[in-house]
Structure formats: C-alpha cells, structure tokens
Design a protein around this ligand. Structure first.
Ligand code: NAD
Length: 498
C-alpha cells in the first residue's frame, strides 16, 4: 500500500514512520496510508520556510503573481485527474469535485492581482512637505490547517493569497483525504515556486500542536469544526499569533408563503443533500413560515429525496456519494435515531440504504424530519450529513429570532418574492453570509468568506480583501526631506496641522 508523504523544501519526503489509513469511502476499504508528521518534520518545514522567506519577501509582487498565472493553467490542465483524486478519498461526486476545484481556481485568479492588491496608500503633503504612505508587508512563516470536506478548495482559499503577499506557507491538510491536496501543491512547485515557500505536512494533533507552539509561525488560518477552531484560536492567540479559525455551522433556509415553491424545493435539494450534506454551507434546517408552506414542502421534497441517485462518487451522473468514513456515517445515523427518540416526525428514513455492488461503502440515504423543535439535538447540533429538518413557525420575525438565537452563524438564506421582507432579513439576521433566493451564498473570490458567532473565531474572514489584510501587516511611513539651508527650531508642542 502506498504512503502519502510530505512536501518539504520542494521534495516529497517520508520521515516519521507513523501512519494512518486513507479510505475509499465508496468501497469502505483503505486504499493507501498517510504519514503523520512528528515535531522534527514540522521543524524541517519551518526551517525551509524561514530560509526561503528573505528572498521571497523581496521578490516583486508581479513576479510572484506570474507563478500563480502558471499555477492556474496547470490546475485547469489537471482538472479531471484532481477531481478523480478528490472523489476517490472524499466520496463526493465527480461533478461536485470539479465544482470545488473551480471555486479554488477562482482564488488563484484573485491572487494573480497581487501587484494591485499590495499597492498600499499614499498621501502627498500629509503635513508641510511631509509625505505619508502605508505599506502591506508579509508576516513571515504562516500556517494553514484544513478540513476533509474541501481538500482542494479550502487550501486554495489560503496559500495562493498568503504566498503572493510574500509569506512562506506551511499547510497541514486533513489526514482523511490528503492525496489531491499534495498533488495540487506539487503543481505550484512545477509552476516555478521557489523551494521552501510552500510546504505540505500531513498529520494530526501532534503536527497542529507543533505549529501552534512554534515561535517562527506568525499566523494560523484554520477551517474545521468549532471545538478545534476554538482550541486553535485560544492556544495560538495566547502565544501572540494572528489567528482566523472558521468553525462549524447550522444553516437555516427561511421559506415565506410567497416563495416560488418549485424552484425553492430544487434549491433545497442541492443545498441539503449535495456532497452528502458535508458542507459547512449546507442547508440543514428549513424554517417554514406557516403550516401550508411546511405541508407543501414536505409533499414536494419527499419523492425527490426518495429518488436521489446515490452511489460511488467516482461514477458519473449521481446526486450523492457516501459519507467520508464509517465513523461519520454512524454519527449521522445516531442523529437520525435521536431525532426519532426525541419526537420529530421522520418523513424519509435514509438509514437502510444499501448500494448494490458497494455494500461495504459508507452510504446513507437522504433523511427528512418534520415538526423539529429547538430543544432537539438534531436542531441544536451540526449533523454534517444528508439530513434535513423542517421547523414550523408562524411569522418571519419568529423565523429570524430562531436563527439569531442559534449558536452558529455561518450561512443562511430566504426564499421569497417580497423585497421588503428580504431587505429586513439581510439587515437584521446575525449570520455572516446571507442568500436571497440563493441557497449556498458562498462569497466569490473577490469578497471574503466567514461566519459570525461560534462559526468564526478571529476578526478577519477568509480570502478576498480580508485575506490580504490577514496575511500582511501594515506599516505606515511618514517622511520629509528638510531643505539644507533651513534652520528649524525644536518643537515641543505635539505636531499637527492646526
Ligand atoms: P476537524 O475539526 O475534525 O478537522 C479539521 C482539521 O483539524 C484537520 O486538519 C484535523 O487534522 C485537525 N484536527 C482534528 N482534531 C484535532 C485536534 N484535536 N487538535 C488539533 N487539530 C485537530 O474538521 P473536519 O471533520 O475535517 O471538517 C468538518 C468540519 O469543518 C465541520 O464542522 C464543518 O462545518 C467545518 N467546516 C467549516 C468551514 C467554514 O468555512 N466555516 C468550511 C469547511 C468545513
């Protein structure tokens, strides 16, 4: 069985000897293993990043961007190969894997604008014969820790931008589906990135803790579950690092009585069951305003959920693949059991699904609950699987209160034809990313991505303009060149333009 290794100083290398199994969830069997880095491996990556930083910091932004232009071309040329790698280890469908890669490539395109993004600000005559400007300088060695559910896209949220800003980056991807992430990093090396500017270290908590504790690592971007996000934010912050830690979610879709119901149902199907519900922006709760809306949604969603085409992600034309691991499948199944025990109405039960030819795969069918209430665990907790819950309320205000009271605030959306209601919703909902008739309002690469409340720890969102701010520190320079002949007296009052 082959072993997925690390990328350090431009070389693929194995070091620690400690490994974990990587599964193909569609067949339920391990297909390779991945090495789990020890502290010495992390230190080797840090040393190579530190060595590469002075030259990379001083490389003109336009030259850094040229590497990204070549990277984009290589990503596009290898699209199908990457999608197959994602699908084999994650389980998502090939079409979904291509979609994730495309959204990642859009972040590379944004990073190609480095000379414009890093231009800074200039003021002539900020005072008499005094000029002032702000410069955005790189932080040094920075790290990213990423989740299993977007092995291509989420790393691409981070390192293209960090690198064009002049930093050296150490990526610790998910140990559950590491192959596509490593291959993509190799493409960046092939595009001409100097050795040491990007390292990929596979590993688990030991690798993460070594990155948190290393004084050379100046900033950490994290995407994953809320308990780990909070842990990394607290521990790294305590050591003086800059941190953005994006966590879990419970995304609500509000459906008003005037919504275009057929389009809403189709939008909900994709947003709830796409990628088997393993998206941080997946819709997992529908808040139906009025019983008539709820009854219609149940009637229209039920046959569509029962007709979901489910099978090995690597086959074409499917709606859904398996869950990522056996443990993930069992956890989701446990939530369905809990929903039944706590009194919700299980309208569609996905627990018994068997995929012929893939009997050992980690599959679950789509499930639908109606009459879900706020004290149930299926409402409160992130299920991260193909389970949709319907909560019935009497008004838009009640729906909004529900969402604002929830501990998570990643994404939400509203389906309506009423502009006034939509505007109120956008204004007052306490969630970071909001859709109006858009079920997955994932911001495009030139905005920034992030939730509120316990969906994000830190101040700045991921990628886009916030990403540039996160990966640079501002330096403001005030300069004057006194005339040789002039004689200037000492000034004891605070200098001002007054
Ligand atoms: P996870 O938190 O288990 O793992 C994320 C990363 O943290 C991995 O690299 C993992 O190796 C590492 N890690 C795991 N346990 C650790 C520990 N005890 N100490 C230190 N590091 C540890 O998340 P996951 O299961 O890979 O991904 C799914 C979660 O990620 C969901 O909660 C989902 O909502 C969230 N997610 C959030 C966003 C977002 O933008 N907010 C995007 C994608 C996924």
């Amino acid at each position: 069985m082959s072993t997925v290794a690390h990328l350090i100083n431009g070389e693929i290398t194995l070091r620690s000897g400690r490994t974990a199994q990587v599964f193909n969830p569609s067949i339920g069997e391990p297909v390779r293993q991945v090495e789990l880095a020890d502290r010495a491996t992390i230190q080797a990556a840090i040393d190579s990043a530190k060595a590469a930083f002075p030259a990379w910091r001083n490389t003109p932004p336009a030259k850094r961007a040229q590497v990204m232009f070549r990277f984009k071309v290589l990503l596009e040329a290898n699209k199908d190969k990457i999608a197959a790698m994602i699908s084999e280890e994650h389980g998502k469908t090939l079409e979904d894997a291509v979609g994730e890669l495309q959204r990642g490539i859009e972040n590379v395109e944004y990073a190609c604008g480095a000379p414009e993004l890093l231009k800074g600000e200039f003021n002539r005559n900020a005072g008499p014969n005094i000029d002032s400007w702000s410069d955005h300088q790189p932080l040094g060695v920075v790290a990213g820790i990423t989740p299993f559910n977007f092995p291509a896209m989420v790393p691409l949220w981070m390192y293209p931008l960090a690198i064009v800003c002049g930093n050296c980056f150490i990526l610790k991807p998910s140990e559950r589906d590491p192959s596509s992430t490593l291959f993509i990093a190799q493409l960046l090396c092939e595009a001409g990135l100097p050795n040491g500017v990007l390292s990929v270290i596979n590993g688990d908590k030991e690798a993460v803790d070594a990155l948190i504790e290393a004084p050379e690592v100046k900033a950490i971007s994290f995407v994953g579950s809320t308990p780990i996000a909070e842990y990394i934010y607290t521990e790294a912050n305590r050591r003086g690092k800059r941190v953005q830690a994006l966590g879990g979610a419970k995304n609500h879709a509000v459906v008003l009585p005037d919504a275009d119901i057929d389009n809403t149902v189709n939008a909900l199907m994709g947003a709830a069951y796409g990628s088997c519900g393993e998206r941080c922006m997946a819709i997992s709760v529908v808040v139906a305003v009025g019983d008539q809306v709820a009854d219609t949604l149940v009637a229209k969603l039920t046959p569509k959920i029962q007709a979901l085409k489910i099978g090995a992600g690597t086959s074409c034309g499917l709606d859904m693949g398996p869950l990522v691991t056996g443990a993930a499948r069992d956890k989701v199944k446990g939530y369905v059991d809990a929903g039944v025990a706590q009194g919700a109405t299980l309208v569609v039960d996905g627990r018994g699904l068997v995929v012929p030819g893939n009997e050992a795969g980690f599959f679950l069918g789509g499930s639908l609950f109606d009459h879900v209430t706020t004290e149930m665990s299926i409402y409160q907790e992130e299920i991260f699987g193909p389970v949709l819950c319907i909560v019935r309320v009497g008004s838009l205000e009640e729906a909004m209160q529900l969402i604002n009271d929830h501990e998570y605030g990643n994404g939400t959306c509203i389906f309506t034809r009423d502009g006034e209601a939509a505007r109120l919703f956008c204004d007052e909902i306490e969630v970071g990313m909001v859709g109006v008739n858009v079920p997955l309002p994932v911001p495009v690469a030139y905005h920034s991505f992030g939730g509120w409340k316990r969906s994000l720890f830190g101040d700045l969102h991921a990628y886009g303009p916030d990403g540039v701010r996160f990966y640079t520190k501002r330096k403001t320079i005030t300069q004057r060149w006194p005339q040789r002949a002039s004689h200037e007296a000492a000034q004891f009052a605070f200098p001002s333009n007054g």
